[in-house]
Design a protein around this ligand. Structure first.
Ligand code: GL7
Length: 832
């Protein structure tokens, strides 16, 4: 007998009664064919519970689909190559308001909800902030009842799993579909042909027509996204690539040529195999471009299908209606091919002329820029584009030509700028298509993701376009969903917030948090706040012990930096600071040490597999930790821990337990950052530069509750010049920290190349391009202010409360509401 047999199975979707829910879980345990009926361990309990929750979701998903169909509102389609969904169970039952009922139901099988939820694998179909933002946006779209869907790719392997070995980071394929995902529903009825290669023909009616090449199928998988306290559930539609039976060469197979018989099948598998295939090789580049086109073509065919489905009498003459029914948002340049693809579908399939197709396309698509880093602004080889997508290349050339003509005929004064503004870069050595330029030229709106970033776009990156289209550029400061990032990940603090605000409405109206300000000095609140923080710190300490074997002290200051490892994010500055701290501790007497604020420095994040310096940084953090944590003289006062395999569910443990978090990028380089918002919301104080959303966070929480340091964005270019001219004089503390590492204090690994990147004016080191040396002294001084502030417990808790109280602006509900009103022109469409 399995544990599931304790409860009588019930096939009907569970109500909110724990016994009925338990019956439904038992039903899924026994009648879903995934596991032996004899087994009902925590893992089986998770899958059965998830399938039971899915029944609720499907009901809502269907109702929402029908409601949108009937009312035919304008709908937004969010195109993104990345979604960092994380786990879904806790979030789903939380949004549906059935957490208590499910917790009770699961107890009937002898399990705790938390343990069962902990069995779920993270869906990591993204890299970092950009992908997680897309997932927060979906949560807000559903919660605000907006008619909007997300489109993405169903990668077989998501972002790699990180393991820390002796040599540093190792990457392992993340098999999130190893068993199956209980949240996705395969839609065998939703399939579109996707062509690659081939050539352009002129059809008998004179239209241009793309023909030949290879044709694969895009098959839809829907992941229902429930809104919080609403009946609406929207769709994240993920495409998988398939070849058909007709593509299987039975003759060859019977002849023993197994591989060539299934060639197209294996090529189809490659398309959705991994997120970010390495693109050092030509094959890798081609595959990445194929992925992008696959997403764009399948999504646009589907969007047009639904446009027609909602009103079958819509005739092709009515295409001018399309932009009043459809908004397409491109999440960075990755889905730029949506532009030529929509043009192609409208002209070649639907028979529109260029001008009409262009007008429809322009009114439909908008583009969000997420970075100003030159290496992230995509450029595709014209030759590769022409080979893979010959018809699209023609369309892009025509867009480029018409743009140039428009500038010449209307803006004589801009003629000198045309070469840098145009879509094609025809440099004979390396002719490319500039995707960001294509987005700006073709889209109706371009936005940045924080005030500072949007200003940099207007004043620098896209300044020339601004003078042509002054109204095209907007700012939409990023946000995070308060459900996942406070309500569900930090139940202790949430309860306190609800209690003191006397309402739980803050969960969907985050501005209400300002109501906490008037209690910022209340001793009773302080006691409760401190107790909640300590509970979260203990949970965090347990995680650290489980994954690293290092014991950390919950009474020390928990100082965390978690994000992708990148030189511009300056984890190296953090670790140099820790090295400096360690050296000073070593030099102190035992009495002197007793006055020191004990600290646990935690760093987590993945380094891109081929990014050598980032991997060296990971190794350095681990090496420093190994020495410091085992040094009995000082390890009461300092520990340094590298948290392996940082992902969404690890963040959900780390952020609630944080007290200080580091957002210390070189000013002007971090477009926004979103974990800074999560930390601040959870009552963590930030040490940071005036970069990205830090600027706005500091404004909202108050400058006394933010540890600021470092050069400002408008100084950076000048400082780099200074370095190039040999005018920079490094601070002795900076030299001391580097020298200590060079001396071999942290082992025999050769850190010379990494440290050399901070030296010199040019060459390998790029002359400390990220200005670690320049900002180091003010960083160390800001850290000293942190140490002092932390000694005054009352002061610290007040700062913590005021961070939470000032976080209202950073709800993704606010962000999405602004997109809906100011870019998309859509309104709520709640299921009655
Ligand atoms: C990013 C930015 O680097 C990050 O600052 C921003 O918060 C995020 C969402 O807008 O987008 N851009 C980018 O390419 N990645 C990001 O995280 C990977």
């Amino acid at each position: 007998m399995s544990a599931a047999d304790k409860v009588k199975p019930a096939a009907s979707p569970a109500s909110e009664d724990p016994s009925a829910i338990a019956g439904n879980i038992s039903y899924h345990a026994q009648y879903s064919p995934h596991f032996s009926p004899l087994a009902f361990g925590p893992e089986q309990a998770f899958y059965a519970t998830a399938e039971s929750v899915r029944d609720h979701l499907l009901q809502r998903w269907n109702d929402t689909y029908l409601h949108f169909h009937k009312t035919d509102p304008k709908q937004t389609y969010y195109l993104s190559m990345e979604y960092l969904q994380g786990r879904a169970l806790t979030n789903a039952i939380g949004n549906l308001g059935i957490t208590g009922a499910y917790a009770d139901a699961i107890k009937k099988f002898g399990y705790e909800l938390e343990a069962v939820a902990g069995q779920e694998r993270d869906a990591a179909l993204g890299n970092g902030g950009l992908g997680r933002l897309a997932s927060c946006f979906l949560d807000s779209m559903a919660t605000l009842n907006l008619p909007s869907w997300g489109y993405g790719l169903r990668y077989r392997y998501g972002l790699f799993k990180q393991r820390i070995a002796k040599e540093g980071q190792e990457e392992i394929a993340e098999d999130w579909l190893d068993k199956f995902s209980p949240w996705e529903i395969v839609r065998h009825d939703i399939v579109y042909p996707i062509r690659f290669f081939g050539h352009v023909e002129i059809a008998p009616d004179g239209r241009r027509k793309w023909a030949g090449g290879e044709v694969l199928s895009a098959l839809a998988y829907d992941v229902p996204i429930p809104g919080y306290k609403t009946k609406n559930a929207i769709s994240l539609r993920l495409w998988d690539a398939k070849a058909t039976a007709a593509d299987f060469n039975l003759f060859q197979f019977n002849d023993g040529q197994y591989e060539s018989a299934a060639q197209l099948h294996s090529r189809a598998q490659q398309i959705c195999a991994v997120l970010y295939p390495g693109d050092a090789t030509e094959e890798g580049k081609l595959l990445r471009l194929k992925q992008q086109y696959f997403l764009c073509s399948a999504s646009l065919q589907d969007i047009i299908f639904r446009f027609k489905e909602r009103k079958p009498d819509r005739v092709s003459g009515k295409w001018s209606e399309f932009p009043s029914k459809v908004a397409v948002q491109m999440n960075d340049t990755h889905p730029t091919l949506a532009i030529p693809e929509l043009m192609r579908l409208l002209m070649d399939e639907e028979g529109l002329g260029w001008d009409e197709a262009w007008d429809v396309t322009n009114k439909t698509v908008a583009y969000t820029n997420h970075t100003v880093l030159p290496e992230a602004l995509e450029k595709w080889s014209q030759a590769v584009m022409r080979k893979l997508l010959p018809r699209h290349m023609e369309i892009i050339e025509e867009i480029d030509k018409r743009f140039r003509e428009m500038v010449i005929s209307t803006r004589k004064d801009m003629e000198g700028k045309i070469e840098s503004m145009r879509v094609l870069d025809n440099n004979p050595e390396k002719p490319v298509v500039r995707m960001a330029n294509l987005c700006v030229v073709a889209g109706h709106t371009v936005n940045g993701v924080a005030e500072l970033h949007s200003n940099i776009l207007k004043e620098e990156l896209f300044a020339d376009y601004l003078s042509i289209w002054p109204k095209k550029f907007q700012n939409k400061t990023n946000g995070i969903t308060p459900r996942r990032w406070l309500r569900f990940c930090n139940p202790e603090l949430s309860e306190i917030v609800t209690k003191w605000l006397k309402t739980d409405q803050w969960t969907s109206n985050l501005d209400l948090l300002t109501g906490l300000r008037k209690f910022a000095d209340d001793e009773k609140l302080h006691a409760e706040w401190a107790a909640a923080k300590l509970a979260s710190k203990k949970r965090l300490a347990k995680h650290v012990l489980d994954v690293t074997g290092v014991t950390i002290d919950p009474n020390s200051l928990f100082d965390i930096q978690i994000k992708r490892i990148h030189e511009y994010k300056r984890q190296l500055m953090n670790i140099l600071g820790a090295v400096y701290r360690y050296k000073k501790l070593k030099e102190m007497s035992a009495e002197e040490r007793q006055k020191v604020t004990p600290r646990t420095v935690m760093v987590g994040g993945k380094a891109f597999a081929t990014y050598t310096n980032a991997k060296r940084i990971v190794k350095l953090v681990n090496d420093v930790g190994a020495v410091v944590n085992n040094d009995a003289d000082v390890n009461k006062y300092l520990k340094v821990v590298f948290i392996p395999n940082y992902n969404v569910s690890v963040a959900e443990v780390l952020i609630p337990g944080s007290e200080l978090s580091q957002h210390i990028s070189t000013a002007g380089m971090e477009a926004s950052g979103t974990s800074n918002m999560k930390f601040s919301l959870n009552g963590c104080v930030i040490i940071g530069t005036l970069d990205g959303a830090n600027v706005e966070i500091r404004e909202e929480v108050g400058q006394d509750n933010f540890f600021l340091f470092g050069a400002k964005a408008d100084q950076i270019a000048g400082l780099r010049k200074e370095r190039e001219n040999g005018l920079f004089k490094p601070d002795p503390r900076f030299e001391e920290a580097k020298q200590f590492i060079r001396s071999g204090a942290f082992g025999t690994y050769d850190y010379t190349p990494l440290l050399d990147s901070l030296e010199g004016n040019t060459g390998f080191g790029r002359g400390d391009y990220f200005l670690v040396g320049y900002d180091f002294p003010s960083y160390i001084e800001a850290q000293a202010r942190v140490d002092e502030a932390y000694k005054d417990k009352k002061k610290w808790i007040k700062m913590s409360i005021l961070n939470t109280a000032g976080s209202g602006k950073f709800s993704s509900d606010r962000t999405i509401d602004q997109y809906a009103k100011e870019i998309w022109g859509i309104s709520a469409c709640p299921v009655p």
